[in-house]
Design a protein around this ligand. Structure first.
Ligand code: PLP
Length: 359
């Protein structure tokens, strides 16, 4: 039976994700805008009639691409819409990876990049982010690695899931330049960027030609169930991606909600303010517990449990209906990631952790 499957699929397993455990009252394992979805999402859903749903959506989500391009000072043929950022991340190796090609990926980071490359028969070279550096990327040594191994693709998650580091423009420019010299495509996953207070405008960098920036509305507007992501890149890359794209990949609902969310900048600002206030509260409270919280530029915090297993802490938290992201799948079994929520939820988490760990 195994003979019917492609060799590249041997040993490939589904990646674990947070957000789907039953009986969780307070789920800190997903990292979404703590304000929840803005009212425009509910209004859009209500405005759709059954006859709207009986039509095919625009196959290439043209109207949404125009609107995103307009708001980001891009051309419409530099934008591609996806059924969540996930779909787009899986499309990239389809246009770039041949059997044996190398993708360079810092580790720990989001696990789906490697799966997307491996299923195309590519190989992964992991660049280790070290605990003693608080998992910060060492730019000089990273660019040297690009120079040495000449990867076909480099993936950067910015801000990085789960460590929370957000690279500034000059660091990204250095990496982009190293990639340009080696004809490498740099993929930057900005799924969490909208909720970072340090967000900088990166879209102009696609003019370099070898850059793909992937974004998601999932985290920014807490609408994980609707599935909307987009990427921006040079139009040659977009047209290669369109050649492998599944038709009608984004539903009418996804397209309409995307159109409603593009101008919600005020809502994002409020989300960032709340995240920053609550991050300060959580970092202060965690500082009193026998754990170590890594400084974060994102809407989540990675916490070193100093030798205690995340699974055992989660078991005790689950008795109280609380759940954290166990980081075992990031090869960090004694770390958890806390998605920042509203104040009353964060207070409840701190109280529970204080009881479990002792102050
Ligand atoms: C870094 C990163 N990129 C992409 C995604 C997937 O985003 P989407 O929900 O838009 O598919 C996730 C989801 O957890 C993520 O953590």
């Amino acid at each position: 039976m195994d003979k019917i499957f492609r060799d590249a699929l041997k040993g490939l397993e589904a990646c674990y994700h947070g957000g789907s455990i039953d009986k969780v009252r307070l789920d800190f394992s997903t990292s979404l805008n703590p304000l929840g979805p803005p009212p425009s999402v509910a209004e859009t859903v209500r405005s759709l009639s059954i006859s709207d749903l009986s039509l095919y959506p625009e196959s290439d989500s043209r109207s949404v691409c125009y609107s995103i391009a307009n708001s980001q000072k891009l051309a419409p043929d530099e934008v591609l819409l996806g059924n969540g950022a996930s779909e787009l991340l899986f499309m990239i190796p389809l246009i770039a990876i041949e059997k044996g090609d190398i993708a360079l990926i810092p580790s720990p980071t989001y696990g789906e990049y490697s799966r997307a490359v491996l299923m195309m028969g590519g190989n992964i070279s992991y660049y280790p982010l070290l605990r003693e550096d608080d998992f910060r990327l060492q730019i000089d040594s990273f660019t040297e690695t690009i120079d040495e191994i000449m990867p076909k693709l480099v993936f950067l998650c910015n801000p990085n899931n789960p460590t929370g580091e957000y690279l500034d423009r000059s660091a990204v420019l250095d990496i982009l330049e190293a990639c340009r010299k080696r004809d490498t495509i740099l993929v930057i996953d900005e799924a969490y960027v909208d909720l970072s207070p340090k967000k900088w405008y990166s879209d102009d960098l696609i003019k370099n030609g070898n850059l793909i920036i992937v974004r998601s509305l999932t985290k920014s507007f807490s609408c994980a169930g609707i599935r909307i992501g987009y990427l921006v890149a040079d139009k040659k890359i977009i047209s290669a991606l369109k050649a492998v794209k599944i038709p009608w990949n984004v539903t009418i609902l996804g397209q309409k909600v995307a159109l409603a969310l593009i101008d919600e900048l005020e809502y994002l600002k409020k989300g960032v303010e709340l995240v920053e206030r609550e991050k300060a509260y959580l970092l202060h409270a965690l500082g009193k517990l026998p754990v170590y919280a890594i400084q974060s530029d994102a809407n989540f915090i990675l916490v070193d449990l100093k030798g205690r297993s995340a699974a055992s802490i989660n078991e005790k938290l689950l008795e109280r209906g609380i759940y954290l992201r166990d980081c075992a799948s990031f090869h960090l079994p004694d770390f958890v990631r806390i998605g920042i929520r509203k104040h009353e939820d964060n207070v409840e988490l701190v109280e529970a952790l204080t009881e479990i760990l002792g102050g």
